[in-house]
Design a protein around this ligand. Structure first.
Ligand code: ADP
Length: 318
């Protein structure tokens, strides 16, 4: 075991990532018998969340057993280690701001608890419940047949136990409800927990009509002496900026600073002037917005033969 390890505080916090992505990170941990529907639900859940603009990743047997865990077999110790690593990886992916969907039988309570503890963000345990007889009838991979024939040993539900989840966050019954209904039950839970926005279909950070993108230098930051290095935001707020920002925020706009400076430099400067909380995002990436407030803005009149000439002369005379 390693000693002398120190946890580093990262400058880009999970909170900042949530603001950027428009949702909170979480681990959706699907557990249930083989053939209960974990992969099917994971896939439809991911499609729905992805279509809503959310950042998702599925951890399943294929991408884990073939790579990270290809040194592990199916002995009790290896199964335990398999789930332990998956829990840790899920926690790391969640740290990256992602909604992680994991789809593993994970039959032991203790292992699921460990996975929960490996995640500092919301952990949504979903019991994908289905009668063994239905799973066996479905037998999507032909595994039950092999297990019954004695070709697979220690198969969950046949000759290895499945410990039922106690108080899972969500219980879906795939032998009673459709795949779509099961997925909707999980999505409702994500809404209840404020992990995703509750009006489905709209991503808060991409709501163009209520977003104003604002340049930093020369607009928020007075920038009276011009550029003095990306890290050096040396000046005071631009005349009138503080009042205007507060007014726009009161009017219900989302305010996003778009600048080539590193966001932490800007955040720190905003903090010094008590302005940090007014901004929904600080980014280098151009965002959809209904207004762009920019000291380099160029008036461009559509259809006017001189518009480009004016634009060019404005740009080239700078
Ligand atoms: P697991 O990943 O749990 O081993 P799979 O998703 O691979 O299970 O297989 C489940 C099978 O059950 C699929 O063939 C799927 O189409 C079927 N199925 C029927 N009803 C449902 C449901 N409500 N939810 C999920 N799967 C269902």
């Amino acid at each position: 075991m390693s000693t002398n390890l120190h946890h580093h505080e990262h400058k880009v916090s999970t909170e900042l990532k949530s603001k950027r992505y428009g949702h909170k990170p979480a681990v959706v941990w699907l557990t249930g018998l083989s053939g209960s529907g974990k992969s099917t639900i994971a896939n439809l859940l991911e499609v729905k969340l992805f279509d809503l603009g959310y950042k998702t990743y599925i951890l399943d047997g294929d991408n884990v057993r073939l790579g990270l865990n290809n040194d592990l077999g199916f002995s009790p110790e290896d199964r335990k280690e398999n789930i332990r690593r998956i829990g840790e990886v899920a926690g790391l992916f969640a740290d990256s701001g992602t909604i992680v969907i994991s789809a593993f039988i994970s039959p032991y309570t203790e292992d699921r608890l460990r996975a929960r503890q490996a995640c500092v963000h919301d952990f949504i345990e979903v019991h994908v419940d289905c009668e063994l007889s239905s799973c066996e009838n479905r037998d999507p991979k032909g595994l039950y047949k092999k297990a019954r024939a004695g070709l697979i040993k220690g198969f969950t539900g046949i000759d290895a136990p499945y410990e039922l989840p106690i108080n899972p966050e969500v219980l879906v019954k795939t032998d009673k409800d459709s795949v779509g209904d099961c997925v909707d039950q999980i999505i409702s839970k994500l809404c209840d927990r404020d992990i995703i926005a509750d009006s489905l279909g709209r991503v808060p950070t991409l709501d163009k009509s209520k977003t104003i993108a604002i340049d930093f230098d020369g607009v928020v930051h007075a920038y009276s002496k011009g550029f003095a290095g990306l890290e050096n935001a040396y000046d005071e707020p631009h005349f009138g900026a503080e009042k205007a920002i507060k007014k726009l925020k009161d009017a219900g706009y989302k305010l996003v600073i778009v600048s080539s400076r590193p966001a932490y430099v800007i955040r720190k400067w905003l903090e010094n002037y008590g302005l940090n909380s007014y901004f929904d995002d600080v980014t280098n990436v151009k965002r959809p917005a209904s207004y762009y407030i920019d000291d380099h803005a160029i008036e461009f009149e559509k259809g006017d033969k001189n518009s480009w000439l004016k634009a060019l002369s404005k740009i080239l005379e700078q």
